[in-house]
Design a protein around this ligand. Structure first.
Ligand SMILES: Nc1ncnc2c1ncn2[C@@H]1O[C@H](COP(=O)(O)OP(=O)(O)OP(=O)(O)O)[C@@H](O)[C@H]1O
Length: 286
């Protein structure tokens, strides 16, 4: 049984994305994967500029995508779960809650970095530490899903780091920029994409009263209370993401009340493992 869905793609969209390094705020034992997302508001320059083809979305022919029902079999690897959302919407908080809820079942990737290892860090735990030369070689060999530069060092999430989580028979939680999603849409990963959307600005003001956002380069990554501008940017960015990449999202969850959003996320994950979903036919028959 096949079904066709409308599937459009985009062309020549230029994106400058920014690197937010997370080690500052990560609770003990839990490391956020790095995100290429933060914008230096004062200078409007990038802390990080996406490299090579990441800057451009190509293949612009609106087309139909043939799909087919798919249900994961018991002996199969879990589908990769990709979380997408604007800066500060709560991706890391939700990811952290999921990980804590079942550390045996959920996993996150370990990013690569060329920065020096700090005394309390272990190779392969917080980061995989490699030389600049090796990193650049890996970039040339398309080993990274996303990568960027921050304070003269590279940081990146490798394809192998995703494989390594899946090989442990865990559900891999990955947050990436939405333009990266299309590169992950393969038979191997069968990604399920969840868009975490902010609520209305009124609800953001209410719910994020005591929350903090990690600020950009000027503040050396310090956490500070959300400003009205942060809320506006979050909503605007979510609108752009949804209009440009909405066709790639399998599920949208509004992060209004945190516990409710988490509950919805958990239910989504549970269903994903047992129910039947439409996936591109190429994922099953290529
Ligand atoms: N629904 C919510 N209600 C209240 N506070 C929330 C909610 N969701 C997230 N927060 C808080 O908002 C702040 C930012 O969340 P988080 O760091 O998870 O965002 P993020 O999307 O990962 O942002 P970044 O792009 O900066 O990494 C945190 O202090 C978090 O606890």
């Amino acid at each position: 049984m096949h079904r066709s869905v409308w599937h459009c793609t985009f062309r020549n969209l230029v994106f400058f994305f920014y690197l937010a390094i997370d080690s500052v705020c990560a609770p003990a034992g839990f490391r956020r994967s790095f995100r290429l997302s933060r914008k230096d508001k004062k200078t409007n320059k990038s802390m990080y500029e996406c490299k090579k083809s990441d800057q451009y979305d190509t293949a612009d022919v609106p087309t139909y995508e043939e799909v087919t029902p798919y249900r994961r079999q018991m002996n199969e690897k879990y589908r990769l779960v990709v979380l997408v959302g604007p800066v500060g919407v709560g991706l890391n908080e939700l990811k952290r809650k999921l990980l804590i809820s079942d550390t045996q079942h959920y996993g996150v990737t370990v990013p690569h970095t060329t920065r020096a290892r700090r005394s309390q860090e272990s190779d392969g735990v917080e980061y995989i530490f490699i030389s600049k030369h090796l990193f650049e070689t890996d970039v040339q060999n398309n080993k990274f899903i996303e990568y960027g530069e921050y304070k003269n060092n590279y940081y990146g999430t490798s394809i192998d780091s995703v494989r390594s989580v899946l090989a442990k028979n865990k559900v891999c939680l990955l947050d990436v920029q939405p333009h990266t999603v299309k590169h992950l849409r393969t038979l191997e990963f069968k990604p399920y994409v969840i868009f975490i959307k902010p609520p209305s600005i009124e609800r953001l003001r209410e719910t994020r009263k005591n929350a903090k956002i990690i600020s950009g380069r000027d503040d050396e990554g310090a956490a500070k209370p959300f400003t009205e501008e942060d809320f506006q940017e979050m909503i605007k960015s979510a609108q752009i993401m949804e209009s440009q990449y909405g066709h790639l999202f399998d599920k949208i969850i509004v992060n209004d009340d945190l516990n409710m959003a988490f509950k919805e996320l958990k239910t989504t994950f549970d269903k994903l493992e047992t129910e039947t979903y439409w996936v591109p036919v190429s994922w099953l028959h290529s």
